[in-house]
Design a protein around this ligand. Structure first.
Ligand SMILES: CC(C)(COP(=O)(O)OP(=O)(O)OC[C@H]1O[C@@H](n2cnc3c(N)ncnc32)[C@H](O)[C@@H]1OP(=O)(O)O)[C@@H](O)C(=O)NCCC(=O)NCCS
Length: 241
């Protein structure tokens, strides 16, 4: 079940740049269909071309269905939405998404669009970072995407999120962004598999077996001393002594 409220963040927790915009970056799903339509409708022809690598006058119904079909697992999406003074959502400023190449697979295709009037204010970077966290948590290990070589802002953004470029030579740069599993053991491992607990359990076992060994050695030494006493006593009692 996709539960957007669990992963919602205000921008002041993400990136200092968009703070002044009073912005929320949150997961996006079916309820954002109209927002998607309005956001795309407001894009300049140039931004549409940079996003789709071709002239793109509108999104058809099938594309709207696809883009508003995020389930938080095979298709993960976030939206950047401006808030009014009461904290209510107003204008949509962008979307970022990744869709797994195969259901449940560890490789997903990444894409992003920010409204023209909001470019250059850190919104693309902030959305990408939040999307990466959600994707990483869902087990995605590689984000792949293509960028037109002339798209300088997107190439900078790609580098900022750890994308490794591969210049294909035909005006397109392919990126692979590896998402390593979280290194925080409290987030990535069950309590009994935490390295700290495993190590301390191992040390406890080792100390307990050392203690048992010392105890056995002490008992054997006492038994030997007792035996020597007995043997010595017998020798003294013997008629030959
Ligand atoms: C690419 C895009 C998503 C970036 O969004 P954004 O909110 O403007 O990005 P940010 O403000 O976070 O900036 C990202 C980087 O681009 C740089 N940048 C932004 N606008 C720039 C411009 N006009 N010229 C040069 N660099 C620019 C920023 O300085 C930043 O780089 P830095 O981290 O080295 O400082 C946005 O430009 C867009 O929607 N473009 C049209 C659609 C598109 O190209 N999508 C990607 C398809 S692959």
């Amino acid at each position: 079940m996709y539960e957007p409220h669990l992963v919602e963040h205000e921008t002041n927790h993400i990136n200092p740049a968009p703070q002044a915009l009073n912005l929320r970056i949150r997961p996006s799903g079916a309820a954002d269909r109209e927002r998607l339509k309005a956001c795309f409708g407001a894009l300049s022809p140039e931004s549409r071309r940079l996003r789709f690598f071709a002239s793109k006058p509108n999104l058809n119904d099938a594309e709207l269905d696809l883009f508003s079909n995020a389930d938080g697992w095979d298709h993960i999406a976030v939206a950047a939405v401006r808030l009014d003074d009461q904290g209510r959502e107003t204008e949509t400023l962008g979307f970022a998404r990744c869709i797994r190449l195969a259901p449940g697979g560890d490789c997903a295709e990444f894409s992003i669009t920010v409204a023209d009037a909001a470019h250059g204010q850190g919104i693309g970077t902030a959305m990408s970072r939040q999307l990466l966290e959600l994707a990483r948590a869902a087990g995605v290990r590689h984000l792949r995407f293509e960028v037109l070589a002339e798209n300088t802002p997107m190439r900078k953004l790609a580098l900022a999120i750890g994308g490794k470029p591969d210049w294909t030579g035909d005006g397109i740069v392919e990126y692979d962004c590896e998402l390593l599993p979280s290194v925080n053991p409290h987030r990535s491992l069950p309590w009994f598999a935490s390295p700290h607990r495993l190590l301390s359990a191992y040390v406890d076992l080792w100390l307990a077996s050392l203690d048992r060994g010392l105890h056995a050695a002490r008992t054997a030494q006492q038994g030997f001393a007792h035996w020597l006493d007995q043997v010595g006593g017998l020798d003294q009692d013997s008629p030959d002594a």
